[in-house]
Design a protein around this ligand. Structure first.
Ligand code: PLZ
Length: 444
């Protein structure tokens, strides 16, 4: 049942003006005058409301949302239970500062994260506001725990836009260019990228480990941070065995193994966390994005003995674990469990992946189809090669937007189209979006 504050939005695509429409054009002019130009937007439209898998712009156009605000609206826009939980909390209190006066929802989120992240060992959590802040805190805790300073990350990684996380992110443009100097002692090592390197997981891991041992030395590394499926880097799924071999090496060498599940976690891939697909039990798991149905909150969940290595007062922040966001997060966990939404991720893969593979048969520009659950992507190439084709990606995304489908791009070379629909999307809407995609390739 819809809570009274949620305006129902018919789950259908509807393009009623040119994109952008006149009202969006007007707002865009104000935006250009008032908002710093470094803040980009993939689409030139302004939103009015959203529900489920549909977003509505200020001109009344309805888009099928295959981006979910970069993987945030995993259980759907304006999910009734999330809106109700957040609304109720807004009426009780909106801020307390957990480090002054505690409240139950913060503790409940920590309990739920302990329960649902991989592994049955004792776990503890700290809540903060954003993905980048989760990465920052994870590194901070790993350094305190190990007494070491080195941080290892993988090529094509994305970990955020703060100074430390810029250092950890791979791609210079647009994330880093001109924004340095960056935090020291961060080391980038080769990842596993089967479409490009053709290496088995074992061989790719041997290359990564050898690189880190030669360049940094295992005994100087506090942590290795990996995205089990790389997000901004292009939904790169590592070869089988790659991540387990890295984790084993970390364990043998006292290096904290951290899974950045900010994009891949919280039911996105048909599992609570993507680590499960690779048999990983990370020492720390980072969550953000989909955890609270669009309200800002993030978590670092790790082995209790690692998480407790910080002295009292060493962790915190004014808004960390905000009560409204925490209430929403509890509702998200509950919705995923109650409606068995992990199954929805598998349903979406079952429809979308074969459809994308069929498009690959038809259009030589699609070099690779990959991903798990509701985290799928296609990599576009110059036909017959593995050379990136970012121009085709831009054309397809623009065509889709003009026809009422939001498709996001990704990839170090800007040549990946990624699909992160809400788990609430119907089979029909998915099919319709694939139809638009097919037309877009036809029009290339
Ligand atoms: N780690 C794996 O995907 C955020 C960023 C979009 P924040 N990815 C989307 C943009 O252009 O800023 C992300 C991620 C992974 C960390 C982060 C950072 O999360 O909540 O954006 O700080």
């Amino acid at each position: 049942m819809l809570s009274p504050s949620v305006v129902p939005v018919p789950q259908e695509r509807r393009v009623v003006t040119a994109i952008p429409g006149p009202r969006s054009v007007e707002l865009q002019a104000r935006r250009l005058a008032a908002v710093a130009s470094g803040v980009g937007s993939a689409l030139p439209v302004f939103l009015a409301r959203a529900h489920g898998a549909i977003v509505v712009d200020v001109d009344g156009n309805q888009f099928i949302d295959l981006g979910s605000g970069i993987g945030v609206m995993t259980i759907g826009h304006t999910n009734e239970a999330v809106v109700a939980a957040a609304t109720a909390q807004l009426n009780d209190f909106t801020h307390a500062m957990f480090t002054i006066t505690a409240y139950e929802s913060y503790v409940r989120v920590a309990e739920l994260l302990a329960e649902h992240t991989p592994g049955n060992h004792p776990k503890k959590t700290v809540l903060i506001n954003s993905g980048a802040e989760a990465v920052e805190n994870a590194v901070k805790i790993a350094r305190k725990h190990t007494g070491r300073t080195g941080v290892a990350v993988l090529d094509h990684a994305y970990h955020g836009r703060t100074n430390l996380t810029m250092a950890m992110t791979f791609k210079a443009m647009p994330y880093k260019a001109g924004f340095g100097p960056f935090a020291p002692d961060v080391h980038h090592a080769p990842n596993s990228y089967p479409f490009h390197d053709g290496l088995s997981g074992t061989d790719a891991a041997a290359r990564t480990i050898s690189y880190l041992e030669k360049k940094v030395g295992a005994s100087d590394l506090a942590c290795l941070v990996v995205e089990p499926i790389q997000g901004e880097g292009g939904f790169v799924v590592p070869a089988d065995g790659f991540l387990p071999a890295l984790q084993e090496w970390c364990t043998e060498n006292g290096i904290v193994f951290i899974a950045d599940e900010i994009q891949s976690g919280m039911a996105r891939t048909g599992a609570w966390f993507a680590s499960e697909h690779f048999g990983l039990v990370p020492d720390m798991v980072l969550s953000a994005k989909g955890i609270a149905g669009g309200l800002p909150i993030a978590g670092v969940t790790g082995r209790a003995e690692i998480m407790d290595s910080s002295h009292a007062g060493g962790l915190g922040g004014t808004f960390g674990g905000n009560p409204v966001s925490a209430a929403a997060a509890v509702a998200v966990f509950d919705e995923i469990e109650r409606h068995d939404l992990l199954r929805e991720g598998r349903r979406i893969e079952g429809i979308l992946k074969p459809a994308l593979l069929a498009l690959q048969q038809k259009y030589a520009v699609i070099g690779d189809v990959r991903g798990i659950g509701a985290m799928l992507a296609i990599e576009l190439v110059q036909p017959g090669t593995h050379e990136p084709n970012p121009a085709a990606v831009s054309s397809i995304a623009a065509f889709a937007a003009q026809h009422g489908v939001i498709i996001l791009t990704a990839g170090t070379y800007g040549n990946v189209l990624r699909f992160l629909p809400s788990l609430a999307i119907s089979d029909e809407l998915l099919g319709e979006a694939v139809g638009v995609l097919d037309d877009a390739f036809g029009a290339l």
